[in-house]
Design a protein around this ligand. Structure first.
Ligand code: NAD
Ligand code: ZN
Ligand code: ZN
Length: 346
């Protein structure tokens, strides 16, 4: 089968032919219908050889949707032909966090060498994807594969971050979204669907800010040296009850800290390497800062339900597997508005 692989440190990913996978006992083979392109893959492909955590070649793709093509011995609960989304952050399934459905925070994944598809084991940018256990599959139940696939990360990750802060997003409150790309433009819609907060969106690109307004941001602000003051002014000097940074670089985490209100929440979701110092007098009183990772299995079910209700719709542009390297190029150049989705069957 064809697959998109990251093969050489620092080189662009390549479309190659690899053997068709076969499901072993307990595994499910999916024919991939759609695979999402995440900025985290670009981060992975920028890491140096020294300390690189995964084996190469690596088939990319940690957002995946497909139809069940074959079942390994002993698999029950799914049938050939079922249309499903893949829950990506696999865990051991049995530790205290996994028991809560929070496999993203599995206590034993590192020790057992369990990795998400596309982030350490073969991912969804291929004609077929092996899934280790049917519990990682959530029925699409009528959702379109292209519309649904980004929800498994670009939807689930902001959903998880936002859910933590919902008690603070009461009427009259403000939520700030920094970086309105794949994750950010879904975050705006989630905030509008789940809270009555006023949503202020920041980006460096006017195109992205236009999309932010289209999907429901009340205010947009160019993310420059004056951005923090502009956001504070919009909140009458008080700041935002919740700030979601989908860039996570030094300049944006600084803005995130500078626009937080007393008792506000700051979620650093982007992995841009920035750090926000926490200490008495450094931030407004009792600001809580966290760096969340992905989301739980039940949260994925919730995000898909929200999409079915029509409250969230991801802006997508599609590419064949052969053109997948181009999708990464465009994402790297900041040219993707919304989420790029690869169609391995096209
Ligand atoms: P993306 O490229 O689609 O979006 C990033 C957006 O940030 C773009 O619109 C870009 O114009 C904007 N941006 C860049 N610099 C900015 C600045 N200084 N101020 C404001 N906006 C700026 O990326 P994505 O796929 O949405 O991923 C967003 C980030 O989240 C990445 O760092 C990714 O690695 C990370 N991520 C983290 C998790 C997690 O679990 N923590 C999960 C998925 C993605
Ligand atoms: Zn991702
Ligand atoms: Zn576990």
């Amino acid at each position: 089968m064809k697959a998109l692989q990251y093969r050489t440190i620092g080189a662009p990913p390549e479309v190659v032919t690899v053997p068709d996978p076969e499901p072993g006992p307990g595994q499910v083979l999916l024919k991939v219908t759609a695979a999402g392109v995440c900025h985290s893959d670009i981060a992975v492909m920028s890491w140096p050889a020294e300390g690189f955590p995964y084996e190469l070649p690596l088939t990319l793709g940690h957002e995946g949707v497909g139809t069940v093509a074959a079942l390994g011995a002993g698999v029950t609960g799914v049938s050939e032909g079922d249309a499903v989304a893949v829950y990506g952050p696999w865990g051991c399934g049995t530790c205290a966090k996994c028991a809560e459905g929070k496999e993203n925070y599995c206590l034993r994944a590192d020790e057992l060498g369990i990795r998400p598809p596309g982030l350490g084991r073969p991912g969804s940018m291929a004609e077929y994807l092996l899934v280790d256990d049917p519990r990682h599959l959530v029925p699409l139940d009528g959702l379109d594969p292209v519309a649904a696939v980004p929800l498994t990360d670009a939807g689930l990750t902001p959903y998880h971050a936002i859910k933590r802060s919902l008690p603070k997003l009461v009427p009259g409150s403000t939520a700030v979204v920094i970086g309105t790309g794949g994750l950010g433009h879904v975050a705006i819609q989630l905030l509008r669907a789940l809270s009555s907060a006023r949503v202020v969106a920041l980006d460096v690109s006017e195109d992205k800010l236009r999309l932010a307004r289209e999907v429901g941001a009340h205010e947009t602000v160019l993310s420059d040296a004056k951005a923090a003051d502009a956001v504070r002014e919009l909140t009458g000097g008080l700041g935002a009850e919740a700030v979601f940074d989908f860039v996570g670089a030094a300049p944006t985490v600084r803005i995130a800290g500078a626009v937080a209100a007393v008792e506000g929440d700051v979620s650093l979701v982007g992995i841009g390497g920035g750090a926000l110092p926490v200490g008495f007098g450094l931030l407004p009183f009792e600001v809580s800062v966290s760096a969340p990772y992905w989301g739980s299995r039940s949260e994925l079910t919730e995000v898909l339900a929200l999409a079915r209700s029509g409250a969230v719709s991801v802006h997508t542009e599609t590419y064949s597997l052969d053109d997948a390297p181009l999708a990464y190029e465009r994402l790297h150049e900041g040219k993707v508005n919304g989420r790029a989705v690869i169609l391995p069957g096209a």
